[in-house]
Design a protein around this ligand. Structure first.
Ligand code: ATP
Length: 247
């Protein structure tokens, strides 16, 4: 049997006295496309950050392809949830994508090399915005901006792509383009995506996790009204495609 891409065992994470995650166990297989849903404050971002080794576990453990999380050399690309951007900040698309190549412990004299530029252009090509390389980020649409962030994550040549609400503030047509791109990338990469978009989650992913401090569900991407009440504490309008296959 192959090693799990991400193995989470009895994970808990606290911020001071605030318990954000409690006893979460999850085995994410290589090649999986996992969607994570849950209410605001349910611990979704915290789970992603713990997997990335950005915050410590208070209890339990996480391993990535058999290695303890947080060790150097683990191939994960991260598309963070960006809620506010200062549009006046003068930076081009290529410059943002290149920041994905930055490593820890850089000298002040560091300059990006030819290989960094090649990787950045390759990533831009992959997400379909190479032609925007020299454009200022302030002049991008919401969908183009998200593609740029995905390109940035791809420059580390990840085996696992982790995305936190990649379609927040993106219109319907750009959303569907981003989901097509993710489907394509999933042919080569394991994907873990947090989303509030229930239609996307039920339609796009291969596995679904429902998180509200505890892991309430992990399995086939089917949504039920019972599950929604359990997760959100009230009935939720399910997408039309889901209503047709309620279980
Ligand atoms: N840096 C922090 N310091 C203290 N508490 C935090 C910190 N980050 C998150 N929390 C708390 O941890 C809990 C989980 O937050 P988290 O951001 O992981 O939830 P989420 O499910 O991603 O929420 P959302 O859907 O709103 O993005 C919340 O109660 C939040 O207030």
């Amino acid at each position: 049997m192959s090693t799990a891409a991400v193995k989470i065992e009895h994970l808990s994470v606290c911020y001071g006295q605030n318990l954000a995650l409690s006893d979460v166990c999850l085995d994410i297989q290589q090649g999986e496309y996992l969607g994570i849903i849950g209410p605001n404050g349910g611990g979704k971002t915290t789970l992603l950050k713990a997997v990335l080794g950005l915050i410590p576990a208070s209890g339990g453990s996480i391993s990535i392809c058999g290695e303890k999380a947080g060790r150097g050399g683990q191939k994960m690309g991260y598309v963070p949830q960006i809620t506010a951007v200062d549009k006046r900040f003068p930076i081009s698309v290529l410059e943002v994508v290149l920041t994905g190549r930055l490593k820890q412990g850089l000298s002040p004299l560091f300059r990006f090399g030819q290989q960094d530029r090649e990787k950045a252009y390759e990533a831009l090509e992959k997400v379909g915005i190479r032609h925007l390389a020299n454009r200022q980020t302030a002049a991008l649409s919401g969908g183009e901006f998200q593609r740029m962030l995905i390109a940035r994550a791809l420059t580390v040549e990840p085996e696992i792509l982790i995305l936190d609400e990649p379609t927040a503030s993106v219109d319907v047509s750009s959303c569907s383009q981003i989901y097509s791109l993710l489907k394509e990338l999933n042919k080569e990469l394991t994907i873990i995506m947090v989303s509030h978009d229930l239609l996307a989650v039920s339609d796009q992913v291969s596995k679904l996790a429902c998180l509200n401090q505890h892991l309430l569900y992990y399995g086939e991407p089917k949504l039920s009204q019972e599950m929604m009440v359990h997760l959100y504490g009230c009935p939720v309008e399910l997408p039309a495609t889901e209503r047709g296959r309620l279980f």
